[in-house]
Design a protein. Sequence first.
Length: 254
Amino acid sequence: MIVLKSPSELARMRRAGRIVARTLVYLRERIRPGISTVELDRLAEEFIRRAAGVPSFKGYRGYPASICVSINEELVHGIPGQRRLREGDIVTLDLGAIYQGYHSDAALTLGVGEISAEARRLLEATAGALSAGIQQARPGNRLGDISAAIQRYVEASGFSVVREYVGHGIGREMHEPPQVPNFGSPGQGPLLRPGMTLALEPMVNAGSPATRVREDRWTVVSEDGSWCAHFEHTIAIGEAEPEILTDLDLPDGV
Ligand code: MF3
Ligand code: CO
């Protein structure tokens, strides 16, 4: 069952979303060759807690950190450690925060210094697919309209949509129904209604869509070693336009 959120619940998710977005902006400003991924995790946890949030990933199914940091052929769920970013890498930062019992979740992939033209194209395709999905997130449409728009955008760019991991409803829990695949058919699935809150998150491989999980039991990588990108926003279905609760471009005091 898909839980619709009341205005006061949406207000809490909006606050959680602001914490997530401001943390991502703070980390983005600190991405440079030489910084270690565990340092990014420490910065993120401090920032979230100072903003009166709780990092939702920490302890989730035993996950040991506050953020996921996934580099190059790593798709999602990379565990922060001693590895340092290098010029030309692409790095995905994924994090969630809880504010007064309500969750928001967002991710983005960034270039470290100068990156290749092909890597730039992968990032732009994945960000564009997320925007195309968000455009479909309006009352009267169905969930499959979001999924299909994301898939179409990614595949038109010549890249592949991962099948094993999907977006999700979000609210009192980080993962609520419905699942939001990044592939599907227009006109299929549940009708979208105002008050639904969803985490849309295209996960895209430059090569084949197949993935595997590393020995650490967390890090998901592309099976063929091709590079991966991941962009995510928590959104609310409104009366007309969707509201992006984790918008990175809002000014600070909002
Ligand atoms: N952002 C991920 C998601 O949307 C959650 C990360 S899994 C965790 O499902 F273990 F790191 F929390
Ligand atoms: Co998510």
